[in-house]
Design a protein around this ligand. Structure first.
Ligand SMILES: CC(C)(COP(=O)(O)OP(=O)(O)OC[C@H]1O[C@@H](n2cnc3c(N)ncnc32)[C@H](O)[C@@H]1OP(=O)(O)O)[C@@H](O)C(=O)NCCC(=O)NCCS
Ligand SMILES: [Zn+2]
Length: 279
Protein backbone atom coordinates (compact mmCIF):
# COMPACT_ATOMS: atom_id res chain seq x y z
CA UNK A 1 0.00 0.00 0.00
CA UNK A 2 1.36 3.44 -0.98
CA UNK A 3 1.20 6.10 1.73
CA UNK A 4 0.84 9.87 1.59
CA UNK A 5 4.44 10.16 2.83
CA UNK A 6 5.66 7.98 -0.09
CA UNK A 7 3.79 10.25 -2.51
CA UNK A 8 5.17 13.43 -0.93
CA UNK A 9 8.69 12.11 -1.33
CA UNK A 10 8.03 11.22 -5.00
CA UNK A 11 6.64 14.72 -5.70
CA UNK A 12 9.64 16.37 -4.01
CA UNK A 13 12.12 14.15 -5.87
CA UNK A 14 10.51 15.18 -9.17
CA UNK A 15 11.36 18.77 -8.31
CA UNK A 16 8.16 20.41 -7.07
CA UNK A 17 8.26 22.48 -3.90
CA UNK A 18 6.60 25.23 -1.86
CA UNK A 19 4.92 27.98 -3.90
CA UNK A 20 4.86 25.98 -7.16
CA UNK A 21 1.79 25.79 -9.39
CA UNK A 22 1.12 22.56 -11.26
CA UNK A 23 -1.47 21.24 -13.71
CA UNK A 24 -1.84 17.50 -13.09
CA UNK A 25 -3.16 14.80 -15.45
CA UNK A 26 -3.47 11.37 -13.82
CA UNK A 27 -4.31 7.74 -14.35
CA UNK A 28 -4.72 6.69 -10.73
CA UNK A 29 -4.77 2.95 -11.45
CA UNK A 30 -1.15 3.32 -12.67
CA UNK A 31 -0.15 4.86 -9.31
CA UNK A 32 -1.29 1.77 -7.38
CA UNK A 33 -3.36 1.30 -4.23
CA UNK A 34 -3.06 4.40 -2.08
CA UNK A 35 -3.80 4.36 1.64
CA UNK A 36 -6.44 7.10 1.79
CA UNK A 37 -7.24 6.99 -1.95
CA UNK A 38 -7.20 9.98 -4.31
CA UNK A 39 -7.68 12.39 -1.37
CA UNK A 40 -4.34 11.26 0.07
CA UNK A 41 -2.62 12.01 -3.24
CA UNK A 42 -4.20 15.48 -3.24
CA UNK A 43 -3.08 16.08 0.34
CA UNK A 44 0.46 15.02 -0.61
CA UNK A 45 0.47 17.70 -3.35
CA UNK A 46 -0.98 20.33 -1.00
CA UNK A 47 1.63 19.53 1.68
CA UNK A 48 4.46 19.90 -0.83
CA UNK A 49 3.12 23.01 -2.63
CA UNK A 50 2.28 24.78 0.62
CA UNK A 51 -0.31 27.55 1.05
CA UNK A 52 1.09 29.67 -1.79
CA UNK A 53 1.28 26.89 -4.38
CA UNK A 54 -1.65 25.72 -6.50
CA UNK A 55 -2.78 22.42 -8.03
CA UNK A 56 -5.02 22.50 -11.10
CA UNK A 57 -6.80 19.63 -12.87
CA UNK A 58 -9.06 19.39 -15.92
CA UNK A 59 -12.73 18.76 -15.10
CA UNK A 60 -13.78 18.92 -18.75
CA UNK A 61 -17.43 18.16 -19.45
CA UNK A 62 -17.56 18.76 -23.23
CA UNK A 63 -21.09 20.18 -22.77
CA UNK A 64 -21.41 21.41 -26.35
CA UNK A 65 -24.98 21.84 -27.54
CA UNK A 66 -25.67 19.23 -30.17
CA UNK A 67 -23.30 16.67 -28.63
CA UNK A 68 -25.36 13.50 -28.13
CA UNK A 69 -26.22 12.59 -24.54
CA UNK A 70 -24.81 15.78 -23.02
CA UNK A 71 -26.41 17.21 -19.90
CA UNK A 72 -26.23 21.00 -19.38
CA UNK A 73 -23.10 22.11 -17.51
CA UNK A 74 -23.72 22.68 -13.82
CA UNK A 75 -20.54 24.20 -12.38
CA UNK A 76 -21.45 23.09 -8.86
CA UNK A 77 -22.39 19.49 -9.59
CA UNK A 78 -21.33 18.15 -13.02
CA UNK A 79 -18.30 15.87 -12.59
CA UNK A 80 -15.49 15.92 -15.14
CA UNK A 81 -16.14 13.48 -17.93
CA UNK A 82 -13.25 11.03 -18.50
CA UNK A 83 -10.64 13.09 -16.63
CA UNK A 84 -10.24 10.53 -13.83
CA UNK A 85 -11.06 9.95 -10.18
CA UNK A 86 -8.22 12.20 -8.96
CA UNK A 87 -9.87 15.24 -10.56
CA UNK A 88 -12.99 14.50 -8.50
CA UNK A 89 -10.92 14.68 -5.30
CA UNK A 90 -9.75 18.16 -6.37
CA UNK A 91 -13.16 19.36 -7.59
CA UNK A 92 -14.90 18.31 -4.37
CA UNK A 93 -12.20 19.61 -1.97
CA UNK A 94 -13.71 22.19 0.45
CA UNK A 95 -11.29 24.90 -0.77
CA UNK A 96 -11.65 24.14 -4.47
CA UNK A 97 -12.43 26.76 -7.09
CA UNK A 98 -13.85 25.58 -10.38
CA UNK A 99 -13.86 27.70 -13.49
CA UNK A 100 -17.20 28.34 -15.19
CA UNK A 101 -16.12 27.33 -18.69
CA UNK A 102 -19.04 25.20 -19.89
CA UNK A 103 -17.00 22.69 -21.92
CA UNK A 104 -13.43 22.78 -20.48
CA UNK A 105 -13.70 23.78 -16.82
CA UNK A 106 -10.69 23.46 -14.52
CA UNK A 107 -10.69 22.85 -10.76
CA UNK A 108 -7.93 24.21 -8.54
CA UNK A 109 -6.90 24.30 -4.89
CA UNK A 110 -4.27 26.58 -3.37
CA UNK A 111 -2.90 30.10 -3.17
CA UNK A 112 -3.85 31.28 -6.67
CA UNK A 113 -6.76 28.91 -7.36
CA UNK A 114 -9.36 31.70 -7.50
CA UNK A 115 -7.26 33.95 -9.73
CA UNK A 116 -6.35 31.13 -12.16
CA UNK A 117 -9.93 29.90 -12.56
CA UNK A 118 -11.87 33.18 -12.76
CA UNK A 119 -12.97 34.62 -16.10
CA UNK A 120 -12.45 31.34 -17.96
CA UNK A 121 -15.99 31.41 -19.39
CA UNK A 122 -15.14 34.57 -21.40
CA UNK A 123 -12.06 33.23 -23.20
CA UNK A 124 -11.08 30.38 -25.47
CA UNK A 125 -11.33 27.00 -23.64
CA UNK A 126 -7.59 26.29 -23.75
CA UNK A 127 -6.34 29.63 -24.98
CA UNK A 128 -4.99 32.94 -23.73
CA UNK A 129 -6.45 33.78 -20.32
CA UNK A 130 -7.51 30.18 -19.57
CA UNK A 131 -6.42 28.62 -16.25
CA UNK A 132 -3.73 26.48 -17.89
CA UNK A 133 -2.34 29.57 -19.67
CA UNK A 134 -2.36 31.60 -16.44
CA UNK A 135 -0.65 28.83 -14.44
CA UNK A 136 2.11 28.55 -17.06
CA UNK A 137 2.53 32.36 -17.20
CA UNK A 138 3.00 32.27 -13.42
CA UNK A 139 5.97 29.92 -13.94
CA UNK A 140 3.87 26.80 -13.36
CA UNK A 141 4.47 23.19 -14.30
CA UNK A 142 2.57 20.40 -16.02
CA UNK A 143 2.76 16.93 -14.50
CA UNK A 144 1.69 13.79 -16.36
CA UNK A 145 1.14 10.84 -13.99
CA UNK A 146 0.71 7.47 -15.70
CA UNK A 147 -0.37 9.23 -18.92
CA UNK A 148 1.46 10.77 -21.87
CA UNK A 149 1.20 13.94 -23.95
CA UNK A 150 -2.06 12.84 -25.59
CA UNK A 151 -3.58 13.94 -22.26
CA UNK A 152 -1.45 17.10 -21.97
CA UNK A 153 -4.19 19.71 -22.53
CA UNK A 154 -1.76 22.63 -22.25
CA UNK A 155 -0.41 21.65 -25.69
CA UNK A 156 -3.69 23.09 -27.01
CA UNK A 157 -2.71 26.39 -25.34
CA UNK A 158 0.59 26.14 -27.23
CA UNK A 159 -1.37 25.72 -30.50
CA UNK A 160 -3.23 28.95 -29.73
CA UNK A 161 -0.01 30.83 -28.89
CA UNK A 162 1.50 29.55 -32.14
CA UNK A 163 -1.57 30.88 -33.96
CA UNK A 164 -2.09 27.51 -35.67
CA UNK A 165 -4.22 28.02 -38.79
CA UNK A 166 -6.80 25.38 -37.85
CA UNK A 167 -8.07 26.59 -34.46
CA UNK A 168 -11.59 27.35 -35.66
CA UNK A 169 -12.24 23.87 -37.15
CA UNK A 170 -14.58 22.28 -34.64
CA UNK A 171 -14.03 18.81 -33.13
CA UNK A 172 -17.24 17.54 -34.64
CA UNK A 173 -19.33 19.38 -37.22
CA UNK A 174 -22.59 18.37 -35.51
CA UNK A 175 -21.56 20.01 -32.23
CA UNK A 176 -22.67 23.60 -31.92
CA UNK A 177 -20.69 26.72 -31.05
CA UNK A 178 -22.87 27.05 -27.98
CA UNK A 179 -23.19 25.26 -24.65
CA UNK A 180 -26.11 24.69 -22.32
CA UNK A 181 -25.40 25.76 -18.75
CA UNK A 182 -27.28 25.61 -15.46
CA UNK A 183 -27.43 29.00 -13.71
CA UNK A 184 -27.27 29.41 -9.92
CA UNK A 185 -31.08 29.78 -9.77
CA UNK A 186 -31.54 26.53 -11.73
CA UNK A 187 -32.41 28.12 -15.09
CA UNK A 188 -30.86 26.47 -18.16
CA UNK A 189 -29.35 28.86 -20.71
CA UNK A 190 -27.73 28.32 -24.09
CA UNK A 191 -24.64 30.51 -24.38
CA UNK A 192 -22.21 31.19 -27.24
CA UNK A 193 -18.64 29.85 -27.07
CA UNK A 194 -15.37 31.37 -28.25
CA UNK A 195 -14.74 30.52 -31.95
CA UNK A 196 -11.36 28.86 -31.21
CA UNK A 197 -11.93 25.28 -30.07
CA UNK A 198 -9.51 22.59 -28.89
CA UNK A 199 -9.28 19.71 -31.35
CA UNK A 200 -7.94 16.17 -31.23
CA UNK A 201 -4.97 15.33 -29.00
CA UNK A 202 -4.40 11.76 -30.23
CA UNK A 203 -1.27 12.87 -32.14
CA UNK A 204 0.33 14.86 -29.32
CA UNK A 205 2.82 12.16 -28.26
CA UNK A 206 4.98 13.22 -31.22
CA UNK A 207 6.01 16.30 -29.20
CA UNK A 208 7.95 14.06 -26.79
CA UNK A 209 11.03 14.00 -29.07
CA UNK A 210 11.49 17.79 -29.49
CA UNK A 211 10.65 18.34 -25.81
CA UNK A 212 13.38 15.88 -24.78
CA UNK A 213 15.86 17.37 -27.28
CA UNK A 214 15.38 20.74 -25.58
CA UNK A 215 15.67 19.15 -22.09
CA UNK A 216 12.16 20.25 -21.12
CA UNK A 217 11.01 16.95 -19.55
CA UNK A 218 12.03 15.69 -16.13
CA UNK A 219 11.16 12.00 -15.67
CA UNK A 220 10.23 10.48 -12.34
CA UNK A 221 7.66 8.33 -10.59
CA UNK A 222 4.55 8.93 -8.51
CA UNK A 223 3.88 5.66 -6.68
CA UNK A 224 4.16 2.97 -9.37
CA UNK A 225 3.36 5.36 -12.23
CA UNK A 226 5.84 6.92 -14.64
CA UNK A 227 5.65 10.69 -14.37
CA UNK A 228 6.83 13.57 -16.55
CA UNK A 229 7.24 17.11 -15.26
CA UNK A 230 7.73 20.16 -17.49
CA UNK A 231 7.48 23.93 -17.21
CA UNK A 232 4.47 25.29 -19.09
CA UNK A 233 6.35 28.19 -20.72
CA UNK A 234 9.19 25.93 -21.86
CA UNK A 235 6.68 23.54 -23.39
CA UNK A 236 4.84 26.38 -25.18
CA UNK A 237 8.14 27.56 -26.70
CA UNK A 238 8.77 24.10 -28.19
CA UNK A 239 5.19 23.87 -29.54
CA UNK A 240 5.62 27.27 -31.22
CA UNK A 241 8.97 26.25 -32.67
CA UNK A 242 7.68 22.99 -34.20
CA UNK A 243 4.46 24.53 -35.52
CA UNK A 244 6.38 27.36 -37.16
CA UNK A 245 8.28 24.73 -39.20
CA UNK A 246 5.50 22.13 -39.58
CA UNK A 247 2.01 23.58 -38.95
CA UNK A 248 0.33 20.13 -39.12
CA UNK A 249 2.85 18.49 -36.73
CA UNK A 250 0.36 17.88 -33.90
CA UNK A 251 -2.53 16.56 -36.02
CA UNK A 252 -3.05 12.79 -35.77
CA UNK A 253 -2.60 10.32 -38.64
CA UNK A 254 -5.75 8.32 -37.96
CA UNK A 255 -7.54 8.27 -41.33
CA UNK A 256 -10.87 8.06 -39.49
CA UNK A 257 -10.20 11.26 -37.52
CA UNK A 258 -12.60 13.77 -38.99
CA UNK A 259 -11.31 16.86 -37.18
CA UNK A 260 -7.61 16.25 -37.94
CA UNK A 261 -8.50 15.56 -41.59
CA UNK A 262 -10.37 18.89 -41.82
CA UNK A 263 -7.62 20.70 -39.90
CA UNK A 264 -4.97 19.32 -42.28
CA UNK A 265 -6.89 20.69 -45.27
CA UNK A 266 -7.10 24.14 -43.66
CA UNK A 267 -3.39 23.99 -42.77
CA UNK A 268 -2.39 22.95 -46.32
CA UNK A 269 -4.31 25.92 -47.74
CA UNK A 270 -2.72 28.32 -45.23
CA UNK A 271 0.79 27.04 -46.06
CA UNK A 272 0.11 27.38 -49.80
CA UNK A 273 -1.09 30.99 -49.31
CA UNK A 274 2.06 31.81 -47.32
CA UNK A 275 4.29 30.31 -50.04
CA UNK A 276 2.46 32.28 -52.76
CA UNK A 277 2.98 35.53 -50.84
CA UNK A 278 6.71 34.76 -50.52
CA UNK A 279 7.23 33.93 -54.24
C1 LIG B 1 -9.10 8.02 -18.63
C2 LIG B 1 -8.22 7.85 -17.40
C3 LIG B 1 -8.69 8.76 -16.29
C4 LIG B 1 -8.33 6.39 -16.98
O1 LIG B 1 -7.37 6.12 -15.95
P1 LIG B 1 -7.70 5.07 -14.80
O2 LIG B 1 -6.47 4.88 -14.04
O3 LIG B 1 -8.29 3.88 -15.43
O4 LIG B 1 -8.86 5.78 -14.00
P2 LIG B 1 -8.77 6.78 -12.75
O5 LIG B 1 -7.63 7.73 -12.86
O6 LIG B 1 -10.13 7.35 -12.63
O7 LIG B 1 -8.46 5.88 -11.53
C5 LIG B 1 -9.30 4.80 -11.16
C6 LIG B 1 -8.49 3.92 -10.30
O8 LIG B 1 -8.24 4.61 -9.09
C7 LIG B 1 -8.01 3.64 -8.09
N1 LIG B 1 -8.87 3.99 -6.96
C8 LIG B 1 -10.17 4.29 -6.99
N2 LIG B 1 -10.60 4.55 -5.74
C9 LIG B 1 -9.53 4.41 -4.96
C10 LIG B 1 -9.36 4.49 -3.57
N3 LIG B 1 -10.36 4.85 -2.78
N4 LIG B 1 -8.13 4.28 -3.09
C11 LIG B 1 -7.12 3.96 -3.90
N5 LIG B 1 -7.24 3.85 -5.21
C12 LIG B 1 -8.44 4.05 -5.73
C13 LIG B 1 -8.37 2.29 -8.64
O9 LIG B 1 -7.17 1.65 -8.99
C14 LIG B 1 -9.13 2.64 -9.88
O10 LIG B 1 -8.90 1.72 -10.90
P3 LIG B 1 -9.86 0.44 -11.03
O11 LIG B 1 -11.26 0.99 -11.13
O12 LIG B 1 -9.37 -0.20 -12.27
O13 LIG B 1 -9.62 -0.35 -9.78
C15 LIG B 1 -6.73 8.14 -17.74
O14 LIG B 1 -6.27 7.25 -18.73
C16 LIG B 1 -6.54 9.56 -18.25
O15 LIG B 1 -6.69 9.83 -19.42
N6 LIG B 1 -6.19 10.48 -17.34
C17 LIG B 1 -5.96 11.90 -17.69
C18 LIG B 1 -7.26 12.58 -18.09
C19 LIG B 1 -7.00 13.98 -18.55
O16 LIG B 1 -6.34 14.76 -17.89
N7 LIG B 1 -7.53 14.34 -19.73
C20 LIG B 1 -7.29 15.66 -20.26
C21 LIG B 1 -7.97 15.86 -21.56
S1 LIG B 1 -7.44 14.75 -22.84
ZN1 LIG C 1 -7.06 13.37 -34.71
Amino acid sequence: MITKEDLKRDILVLGLGPGDHVVVHTSLSKVGRIDGGPEALLQAFLDVLGPEGTILVPTFTYSFSGRPGTAPFDRWHTPGSRTGIFTEAVRTHPNAHRSAHPTHSVAAVGGRAKEFTEGHESVSALGIGSPMYKAAEAGGYILLVGVTHNRNSSIHVGEVLANAPYLREHFCEAWKRTARVVREDGRIEEIPLHPEVPGCSAGFDIIDVPLRKRGVIKDGRIGNADAMLMKGLEMFAVVREVLEKHPAFLLCDNVGCDVCTRRKTVTGAAVARKQMRRS
